[in-house]
Design a protein around this ligand. Structure first.
Ligand code: GLU
Length: 489
């Protein structure tokens, strides 16, 4: 049975790239009716961040992805948190020592720093100089009773370590490039390398899908599997995705890359998963919009690209808009209320109309608030100067705009019925006005739009007026006139 895993380290915010890697692991397991496992890799105590584990698990759940075994739900090969497995790693490390595949090292930090500096000065790859490698086991064991120590891997000299990666193909590296890797640290915790190999073996992981930044670790793992006499799982190193502008790795400095931050900005999990699935993989039928279920069905690890995909936020916005429009008005309203509970205070009928109106152009749930605040607030967040500038289109005198707005407010005031069909008739009338005045159509509507919504860009104007109601609409146009008069005369 296929068993894949994702192994978050609780060192801070979960990166959006992790969700993509997790998605591939998830899909691969589910495609073959296997199991997907979450394991917490918290052995680096210096980088451990309090509270990060529940946050990471919550984020993964919010993306709609679930696991079959994990730290919170347990499973047959638990515990699934490495800090609760220290005895296990110790046992396996000592087994390697007894076999002559690993050794105690007592070198001080100062000694190691000196060695490092010397190799850097000689322009060599800094590596431990194997000072303790030839100590007799008896002597080492005795010293280990009183002295701090680490346990190191015995790396063979000049041996080509080869493996077949499911994505990258054949990879070969000479063991001379490898350091005698620390397996157990002075604090008794294992390093990533020992813990990952022991756990992947004990948890019966069959396929390791991880970011290509881990590729240089794999040769060390090959040695460990060989020394233990275990079969190594298959590996697939998937390309990391790049920032569209710098073409470098996406990092915090270049904007928020935390997975949670995308949900907080109102990207829908379904849209995100669809978008992320395409970062490194493409469907054979060329259809880019698909559900998670379909992705699981069609995903093939062998067709993951080697090239680094680019994280194109415009494409994500397009996808998100598509998924928003695929919702019914009612579903979108429910999502909006969930996303922004403040909206619960608004008149529900009015809100429902606004949501339906905005649906056509909304890219994220997060932008709803700024796009629609004019519906709820008569005061616009704009200075009088900027307001006046927006109200008066170039090439038209302010006095002409005042009289145009006055006519419009009278026209609207006299409307007998305040519904969309009446308003649409008035809109047509105003359009004809453009001809009479010799103005561009846009110059007829723009001042009205600015007066009513406080912005040159808004949802459809007459639909918005209908929702706002007659009194507010007319009141706002009159207010616009007042401000214009104040600043012009
Ligand atoms: N704990 C590692 C990480 O934080 C997992 C690497 C792996 O998948 O082997 O990404």
């Amino acid at each position: 049975m296929i068993r894949t895993r994702m192994a978050p380290s609780p060192t801070g915010e979960y990166h959006i790239g992790h969700i993509r890697t997790l998605l591939f692991n998830y899909a691969y397991a589910k495609k073959f009716e296997g199991k997907f496992i979450i394991r917490i890799e918290d052995t680096d105590r210096k980088r451990y961040v309090e509270g990060a584990v529940p946050r990471i698990l919550d984020t993964i759940k919010s993306f709609g992805l679930e696991w079959d075994e994990g730290p919170d739900i347990g499973g047959p090969y638990g515990p699934y948190t490495q800090s609760q497995r220290l005895e296990i790693y110790k046992k396996y490390a000592l087994e390697l020592v007894e076999k002559g595949c690993a050794y105690y090292c007592f070198c001080s930090r100062e000694h190691l720093d000196k060695v490092r500096k010397e190799s850097l000065a000689k322009r060599e790859i800094p590596k431990y100089n194997r000072y303790c490698r030839e100590l007799s086991l008896d002597e080492a064991k005795k010293r280990a009773e009183n002295e701090p120590f680490v346990i190191r891997l015995k790396v063979p000299d000049n041996e080509v370590l080869e493996y077949e990666d499911l994505v990258l193909g054949k990879i070969a590296i000479n063991s001379d490039n490898l350091d005698d890797q620390v397996l157990i640290k002075t604090d008794g915790f294992p390093t990533y390398h020992l813990a990952v190999v022991v756990d992947d073996h004990l948890m019966r992981i069959t396929d390791i899908i991880r970011g290509s930044e881990w590729i240089s670790s794999t040769p060390k793992h090959i040695l460990l599997y060989r020394y233990f006499g275990w079969q190594m799982p298959k590996t697939a190193h998937i390309p990391v995705f790049l920032d569209p502008l710098s073409k470098g790795k996406m990092s915090k400095r270049k904007g928020s890359v935390s997975a949670q931050s995308f949900l907080d900005r109102g990207y829908l999990p379904e849209a995100m998963l669809n978008f992320l699935a395409l970062l490194g993989w493409s469907p054979t039928d060329g259809k880019e919009l698909f559900s998670l279920e379909n992705f699981v069905k069609n995903f093939d690890i062998k067709s993951v690209n080697k090239a680094n995909p680019i994280f194109d936020i415009n494409k994500l916005n397009y996808f998100n808009g598509y998924y928003i429009r695929a919702l019914s008005d009612k579903e979108l309203l429910a999502k909006m209320l969930n996303f922004n509970p403040e909206l619960k205070k608004a008149d529900r009928e009015k809100l429902a109309k606004i949501v339906a109106l905005e649906k056509e152009r909304l890219k994220t749930l997060g932008e709803f608030e700024s796009l629609t605040k004019f519906f709820f607030n008569d005061r616009f967040n704009i200075s009088d100067r900027d307001f006046v500038e927006l109200l008066v289109p170039k090439g038209i005198g302010p006095k002409d705009i005042i009289s145009h707005l006055r006519n419009t407010s009278n026209l609207l005031e006299n409307a007998e019925l305040w519904n969309l069909s009446t308003l649409k008739k008035l809109e047509a009338k105003l359009k004809d006005k453009a001809g009479e005045l010799g103005w561009e159509v846009i110059n007829v509507f723009s001042p009205i739009r600015v007066a009513v919504t406080g912005s040159a860009i808004s949802p459809p104007l007459f639909e918005s007026m209908e929702i706002l109601g007659k009194e507010k609409t007319v009141g706002r146009i009159r207010n616009g006139i007042k401000i214009l008069e104040k600043h012009i005369f």
